[in-house]
Ligand binder design. Sequence first.
Ligand code: ADP
Ligand code: MG
Ligand code: MG
Length: 917
Amino acid sequence: MTKWVYGFDQVEEAEVFCENDWDTVRGLLGGKGANLGDMTRIGVPVPPGFTISTAACNAYLQSDGVMPADLLDQVSSALKKIEKASGKQFGDTANPLLVSCRSGAKFSMPGMMDTVLNIGLNDSVVEGLIPLTDDPHFVYDSYRRLVQMFGSVVLGVRDEPFEAVLAAYRQKRDVAEDSDLSADDLRAITGEFKQIVERFSGRPFPDDPFEQLRLAIEAVFRSWDGKRARDYRNAAKIPHDLGTAVNIQTMVFGNMGLNSATGVAMSRNATTGESGLEGDYLTNAQGEDVVAGIRATKPMTELAKEMPEIYTQYETIAQSLERHYRDMQDMEFTIERGTLWILQTRNGKRTAQAAVKIAVDMAEEGLIGRDEAVQRISPEQVEFFLHPSFTPESKQEALDAGRHLTTALNVSPGAAVGVIAFDADLAEEWAQSGRSVVMVRPETKPDDVHGMLAAEGILTTRGGRTSHAALVARQFGKPAVVGANDLEIDLSERTMKVGNETINEGEWISIDGTTGEVFSGKLETRTPDLENPALRRLLEWADDVRDIGVWANADHPADAELARSYGAEGIGLVRTEHMFFDPERLPIVQRMIMATSPSERTEALAQLLPFQRRDFTGLFRAMDGLPVTIRLIDPPLHEFLPSYEEITADLADLKIQLLSARSLPEVDQLLVRVESAEHLLHEVEALREANPMLGLRGVRLGLMMPALTRMQVRAIFEAAIAVKRDGVSVHPKIMIPLVAHVNELARQRASLEEEAALVMNETGVDIDYQFGTMIEIPRAALTARQIVEHAEFVSFGTNDLTQMTYGISRDDAEKAFLVKYLEEGILDRNPFASIDEEGVGRLMSIAVREGRAARPGLEAGICGEHGGDPASIAFCRSLGLDYVSCSPPRVPVARLAAAQAALRDAAPTDISEMVPV
Ligand code: ADP
Ligand code: MG
Ligand code: MG
């Protein structure tokens, strides 16, 4: 005979049946039922009851709605046991037992049947209950609730007719709330409700308590197959064959006077993580009233004053439940005439801030291990600490003032406040003049990127999670909300309409990319909290288990300092070309590029040298004692010159001026300018390439214009020597970009070594340095054996490597087809966000393996943006890379992700959770 029913006191039997696997017990009894039994076992006061297993539900559904043969018998005997223990009887008029019927699957999910309370009432039981409670109002209110709940939840009668009756009575008595109606009215209403039930469901409300129970149980079973439940399971990837359990539990009443109450409380603060009960309750009320918000609830601190003994008892229970489940608990409770009952417990939801504090505190209290604390926090939760958010007060104020405009897709986290600019140029212009700007567009294009970079945040009215705006915003860490189609932008009027409100360009707006909310006006923000002591602690523990280094990409001393304070152990990428775009230097750079003689070029380079030296000095000082990897110039030179179109326009303009010139000196002056513009045009034309990405850039540039990279190396060594003299421990690593063939590297390196030796000889100071290369062209990966003969380290530039492996240019792809690819599932993830393990990853794996075979101990790292992506970090670790290098704000995220990858590897408990490598 199958055992379908388990008393709350029979959880051990269930465990034996499930071979002592708690997860299987939760599968059999559902999450709610398993925990009710578990709490009963450890002595927590739980109203007696029993659980009908998910197996019974499955049997019922499989046989098209026939109850398993002996299920009802098992239910009766379980009821008898409760009756015996409580001295009450189901259906008895003198001392009636009432029960609730609660659904509960393995995973909590929407669409399941709502709880029916007060089962067991009928006309004669009600008469018995009145003297017992001394409260006819309460009794009739419970009764009319049962008929209504039973009618709608179990028999599927619509709510409207019930509500219409209640409304009519309220109007007749001129009262606002149902609870203000008299006991007599409630009795009359119950009668009308019964008629409604009969009329709409075609059957009378069952007077027989056991019949009520049977129908409620069947309804719970059926709700598993309801449309909402099915849809949810499809979306959440929950199997359809789990079934739901049903819990039948003795009713306890929080509405029996002033020494009764009901509420919900967490064992710790779910917002801050601080210890101590946190929650709300109501005196003299039933469970659902707390959620319904009809009456203002009281905080738990009040309970400590009102019922101090109960409060202390509750604290003790909360602590033992935490010890038992080793996590923060969310508990439902009811106090019936001075006796505390716990009705549900589960792991509580919490904010990122609370999650970190609770994990760290629990490890320090010895409740969980440090490794477990590290595993409990997701990289996204760490990310939360990096982004500004609105202060709760200013958000509330904005909500109260009706300034919430809309909520749309939250595609890039963080809060941003600024004035509205409807195009990129204006956004940039205003930002440069010191205003905070939020760029608002129907959608964005690559032409808008300069405005997006200048803006504090981005808001679009169209597009989805993989739209251009979303991709770019995430890439640059700009808060963004997209797809806000409640907003209507009129670009010619420079206004935005929301409902019948019109907002003008230049007015303030506040967006929250973490939640997707948009407010008009200026909200106050709270800056990121990386100093948070709990987070620091957690990341230290992560460092203890991490076995891959975390470095940062930084171009400026301030970035390097920031990265170091976030825990970076080196700089994996300094992009030197950024230093060339500085407005003070650009004219010199342009002179250098367009030099007509070697001496002219040498002169321009000599002028650039002190600038570069200063850049490096600052970086070396900031990273005292740690490696700094400097990549020599990479982009094609035309990027430093004005565009062809721009010069042609200038030229045309000059020629018109020439025609209307009034004096000879003016003509002379204009002619000089025409000549120089023509020269510039000529140079730009000469440097024009059909495909600059595959043109003269990287090491090719250093080979064609050796003086340029030699100047960079001189600057590096002069800077290193200067700081070394000041006692700084300096370790430059010079990285040669875009090598495809070993000869490129060998030739370039020889020339650069020469320059390095020269500087060291001139000064008599030796520097601890290395030469290495980026691996970002498939050919370099495939010939790593040869490449590493001339490279002491390699670093994967996975952005270019991905472009070259896929044969697509990222900008063009994101503009044209990548979004479609992702939408249509041609690619299931963006290879520029997460390393494509099968293709790009395979090349990396070949390069590491063969490179290390040729040069044992070869240092290998990654400096592409992927270095900050958790999945890519785990992959790099599996390849045995020495470090990942990412943008400074990603450093804490990378530290945690790297530790989690190591821990997953150490204890592969669940194969489905292992990272594919
Ligand atoms: P939900 O999943 O919606 O929380 P529950 O089954 O937990 O559904 O119950 C809804 C409300 O009814 C809760 O406040 C719960 O505490 C209360 N409740 C359920 N069973 C009982 C009972 N036997 N006695 C008193 N209150 C109950
Ligand atoms: Mg509940
Ligand atoms: Mg590159």
